[in-house]
Design a binder for this molecule. Structure first.
Ligand SMILES: N=CN[C@@H](CCC(=O)O)C(=O)O
Ligand SMILES: [Zn+2]
Length: 432
């Protein structure tokens, strides 16, 4: 006999539901008052969506005659929503470990970039790699993210620059969407760097006249489904005007605007994001006061990436100023060959220590707000009835251990569950 429900998580010490009232996102005050239930249970239906969440006794009474495909006793453990990584570059070949050594010896990111290293060197390796090779390394990286609790991740192209290789990367992302359990939001990032032999204006023209119409056609054919468009808006890469033209053309074919801005130099990218109705602008280490005000007036999220400032020894994004001003702050790992971090618990830890966010704020930024930045907060980012049953169970009676134990997530995360299905179980957990 088939079971009526897919999963019962019973008697969790803490159930971090994040939101109380189906909020699309949380601002500072809501983030600080993160919703946490004590001694709680959760039910996921056969469709993979949450059917009930609440006090253990109540759920027990309500579901006493029901059958479940899987039951997990969560006594002494905490249940959290799966983490959402709002910014990654996970499809590429080669590595840049040599550049890490150069940066440790004092070279800046832009010095390496202008000398043909950085993104452009990854473009060469990625162009030469076969689609299968790219898929294999990408899949492995996604599995590592999953084991660190990420259940939805934004994945960019951007190491092709030429249409053919950009499409190869997008096909690889598409394949993972169909073959893997982890949720993916796909981003076309053909304007990640200006290709050799072109200037920014020519590269923008090529994207607008060739790349975007091709993407539109592939979407109409049902071959590739891209959610977002990204541009690296930076001095020496794409100026504000080229960025604007590309983003407007992307918006015209239905893509969400979600781009890199104000990272190494102040570019007025935040202001542009607000003006164009972007879903998100990432980085923002060099955001202006006016940029903060502009973001706060709109519903454009600031995706902050603590690994970038850490690895490149940049000034930290002004998370506190943004939160105080009423900006929707979310977090991403920025996983890429420059910033090799696949773990959102480590990202949250860095956000707390270096960007001065609180534990509650960091978790909200890596769940409901990151979901919002990807246009998915109606289905992801909190443990509320009607949302996907994407869950992380940690072997600790206080959820904060996940962030407090820097790099300790491998020993803490016992289960990762997507749509009510166990996709990772750590059998070596000892219990501390
Ligand atoms: N800043 C631009 N893009 C990436 C770095 C990509 C790379 O260096 O390969 C980032 O978000 O940090
Ligand atoms: Zn990036």
């Amino acid at each position: 006999m088939s079971c009526k429900f897919k999963l019962l998580l019973e008697n969790a010490e803490q159930m971090v539901v994040v939101c109380r009232k189906e909020e699309e996102f949380l601002l500072q005050e809501g983030m600080q008052q993160l919703a946490v239930l004590e001694n709680a249970s959760l039910v996921v239906g056969n469709d993979g969506y949450i059917k009930a969440v609440g006090p253990t006794e109540l759920i027990r009474n309500q579901f006493s005659h029901e059958s479940f495909e899987t039951k997990i006793d969560c006594s002494g453990k905490c249940v959290l929503p799966g983490f959402i990584d709002a910014h990654t570059h996970p499809v590429w070949a080669g590595d840049r470990v040599n550049e890490f050594a150069m940066k440790l010896a004092g070279a800046t990111y832009m010095e390496i970039h202008q000398a043909g290293g950085g993104i452009n060197s990854t473009v060469e390796y990625t162009t030469a790699a076969s689609e299968e090779e790219l898929y294999c390394s990408f899949k492995h990286r996604l599995q590592r993210m999953l084991r660190a609790g990420t259940t939805l991740v934004e994945c960019k192209s951007g190491y092709g620059l030429k249409l053919e290789t950009e499409l190869k990367m997008l096909r690889v992302i598409e394949r993972a969407q169909t073959e893997m359990d982890i949720g993916i939001s796909s981003t076309y990032c053909g304007a990640h760097s200006v290709p050799k032999g072109k200037n920014a204006v020519e590269a923008a023209d090529d994207i607008i006249t060739n790349h975007l119409p091709a993407l539109k056609q592939l979407a109409l054919n049902g071959e590739i489904h891209v959610d977002n468009i990204d541009v690296f808006c930076e001095k020496g890469v794409f100026d504000l005007d080229s960025t604007k033209r590309i983003l407007q053309a992307g918006k015209a074919i239905g893509l969400h605007l979600n781009f890199h801005g104000d990272e190494l130099s102040p570019m007025k990218s935040a202001e542009l994001g607000a003006e164009l109705g972007a879903h998100a602008v990432s980085h923002l280490e060099e955001i202006s006061d006016e940029g903060i005000v502009a973001l706060a007036k709109t519903k454009c999220s600031a995706v902050l990436l603590p690994t970038t400032a850490y690895i490149l020894r940049l000034k930290q994004p002004r998370a506190r100023d943004m939160l105080n001003a009423g900006v929707i702050v979310s977090l991403g790992s920025d996983f890429n060959p420059n910033a090799y971090c696949l773990s959102m618990p480590m990202v949250m830890h860095l956000a707390c220590v270096n960007m001065r966010m609180s534990l509650n704020e960091a978790l909200a930024a890596a769940t409901i707000n990151a979901a919002y930045a990807l246009g998915r907060s109606h289905t992801h980012g909190s443990l509320e009835v009607g949302k996907q049953g994407d869950v992380v169970i940690i072997n600790s009676s206080r959820w904060e251990h996940l962030i407090y134990q820097f790099g300790g997530h491998q020993e803490l995360i016992e289960y990762v569950i997507i749509k009510g299905k166990i996709v990772h179980k750590n059998d070596s957990i000892l219990g501390l």
